[in-house]
Design a protein around this ligand. Structure first.
Ligand SMILES: *Cc1c(COP(=O)(O)O)cnc(C)c1O
Length: 364
């Protein structure tokens, strides 16, 4: 009999002794809420990304909300964004009272199509929110040019793209960067997020919004809520950040190996000069995707669909009557994408098993 094989999950957060020690240290310090560890984490993340400021918050969703509010985006304003993302991209726009305007994605990388952005600009448009989907950078040259021509803010949803680069430059440095530290992301703090910017005033505003809009104790100048993180989370984040680049390199190497082995699917595309950090390794398949996933599961290989329904077709969004969106590229992508394990905990043998199982399952 063949030896029992371990199931290969689609994601696996890596927590080491360093993280555990760092958490215990914070607990012993007595400073459990946001404090000095968070300041150190913010500085380290700003250095990593290459911005003057980084503002830690309690989730990636909070990062998007605080960044939008920091740009004074609210009721009556439109934000142009992609329908092919996690729903928080759009709900954060709704949370500040603004209207998400969905435009189609580029079939090349499934990121927002800059030509479609230009066509969707109205007098109400205040910002563009691209997503660096799966860890692959959106076309930031085109997006920043459109934003400059039309005096629009750019809020980058970089929740999946810590360390990704567009044309040699880190994402989160073009517009206002928003990152997530949810456990499946390239690095984690349990729950957490970060805003990155070079703009001193915007950074100060975001810090204020994060803490009830307070300027000094019990003086509240702007509307804010509690978006603060904890020093426990920041202690974990500091250790994870030290390991992030090694993990990203593993993801990139794993993606390269899978790309060389997989058959009968469309592989992820990366533009020359860009750095894709493979939060997900997502192929496009034809045929019965559910059956394919079942066969992979039976072979002990996890897979996932990011995302089965584009945001503009989600019931939570259609009930808002935001408009009639016909976005054929995103809609076709939703029915053909399939993510396979690419995370840094995979062994060489795991990778061979993922590819072998896929090639067999895709044929069956
Ligand atoms: C994970 C994610 C978010 C939300 O981050 P949370 O930390 O889970 O709130 C937003 N946008 C995208 C594209 C994401 O993948």
């Amino acid at each position: 009999m063949a030896p029992e094989r371990e199931y290969i999950p689609i994601a696996r957060p890596l927590i080491g002794d360093e993280e555990k020690r760092a958490v215990l240290e914070v607990m012993d310090s007595g400073q459990l809420a946001q404090g000095p560890k968070t300041e150190v984490f913010e500085e380290a993340f700003a250095t990593f990304t290459g911005t003057r400021h980084a503002i830690a918050v309690n989730s990636g969703t909070s990062a998007l909300i605080v960044a939008l509010q920091g740009h004074n985006i609210g009721p009556g304003d439109e934000v142009i964004t992609t329908p092919f993302s996690f729903i928080a991209t759009a709900t954060s726009i709704l949370a500040v009272g603004a209207k998400p305007v969905f435009v189609d994605v580029d079939p090349f990388d499934l990121n927002i199509d800059p030509n479609a952005v230009e066509d969707a600009i109205t007098d109400e448009t205040r910002a563009i929110m691209p997503v660096h989907l799966y860890g692959g950078p959106a076309d930031m040259a085109s997006i920043m040019a459109i934003a400059a021509d039309n005096d629009l803010a750019v809020v980058e949803d970089a929740a999946q793209a810590h360390g990704a680069e567009f044309n040699g430059r880190r994402v989160g440095t073009f517009g206002t960067g928003c990152f997530s530290f949810y456990p499946t992301k390239n690095m984690t703090t349990g729950e957490g997020g970060m805003i990155t910017t070079d703009d001193d005033e915007l950074a100060a505003r975001c810090r204020q919004i994060r803490h009830h809009g307070q300027s000094r104790r019990y003086y509240h100048d702007v509307f804010g809520l509690n978006y603060r993180t904890t020093d426990i989370a920041s202690a974990i984040g500091l250790e994870q950040l030290k390991k992030l680049e090694g993990w990203n390199e593993r993801r990139i190497a794993n993606a390269r190996a899978l790309s060389g082995w997989l058959k009968h699917c469309q592989l992820p595309q990366v533009r020359e000069g860009d750095r894709h950090v493979f939060h997900q390794f997502t192929v496009r398949v034809s045929g019965d995707r559910d059956a394919l996933q079942q066969r992979l599961d039976a072979a002990g290989v996890g897979s996932s669909v990011h995302y089965p329904i584009p945001i503009h077709q989600q019931p939570a969004i259609t009930e808002l009557d935001l408009g009639d969106f016909h976005l054929p590229v995103a809609e076709a992508a939703a029915s053909s994408v399939l993510s396979l394990p690419v995370h840094p905990a995979l062994s060489e043998e795991d990778l061979v098993r993922v590819a072998g199982a896929f090639n067999q399952a895709v044929h069956a």
